[in-house]
Write a protein that binds this ligand. Sequence first.
Ligand code: NAP
Length: 249
Amino acid sequence: MRRVLVLGGTTEASQLARALADAHIDAIFSYAGRVAAPLAQPIPTRVGGFGGAEGLQAWLAAEHISHVVDATHPFAAQMSRNAVAACAAAGVPLLALERPAWLAQAGDDWRHVADIEGAVAALPAQAARVFLAIGRQHVAPFLACVQHWFLLRLVDPAPELHLDHGEVLRARGPFTAESDTRLMQTHGITHIVAKNAGGAGAEAKLLAARALGLPVILIDRPVVPARATVGSVAEVLAWLGAHRADLGV
Ligand code: NAP
């Protein structure tokens, strides 16, 4: 029997879930549980960690999973590492659904940095108004730079964040270049900090920065072990079809 685990948390993962439901392929969607009300999916859904690579390996066996599709965010590196290790140990084929990284165009002022520490170090010495578009994890080292004002955009409220020099906006993407341009103008943004996530839904802030001629501090993707990777839902479906013979379905 074919039974697919989709590791989710991205727009592409949701698109894949829709396609699997439409194709009547038996599949389970997995969320880490980071947001209070994750988007409902058209396939059975579980929420929460598996307990590391070993926990995932045991879960794959218990649930009789035949295929794993890692459609997590490119910065969810721990989950991706665990998936590589668990699938190898369990002998379950793994495919990553990953969007290409964003590439600068002529005229873009993108400063590439390796990680969060690099992004903090790349902030200017003088006071700036920073759109910190990196989610809620890892904001503390930025907020410690008290000369700057920060705009955060989060899905859920963040009572633990005390921004006496900034503002938290609640919103869930995808966003548009027009609305992000307005947002940056309204708040007098001078710098953007973003992760090189790729994809269309999160690109709006970069298009807005381009339109406004603003510098972007762009954090490079973390390195994950080599694995088979595709860029589209159609390729995932083809991959699942290619394994039919192995599965006797
Ligand atoms: P991470 O650091 O790679 O993962 C930390 C732990 O969270 C994993 O070891 C795993 O716990 C659990 N986990 C992560 N993704 C999971 C999933 N889809 N299903 C079940 N457990 C999961 O991940 P993260 O950066 O915190 O991201 C968490 C989730 O948010 C991911 O699903 C990702 O797609 C989504 N997301 C992340 C970002 C980002 O910038 N990092 C942005 C947008 C969306 P166990 O070890 O216990 O299994």
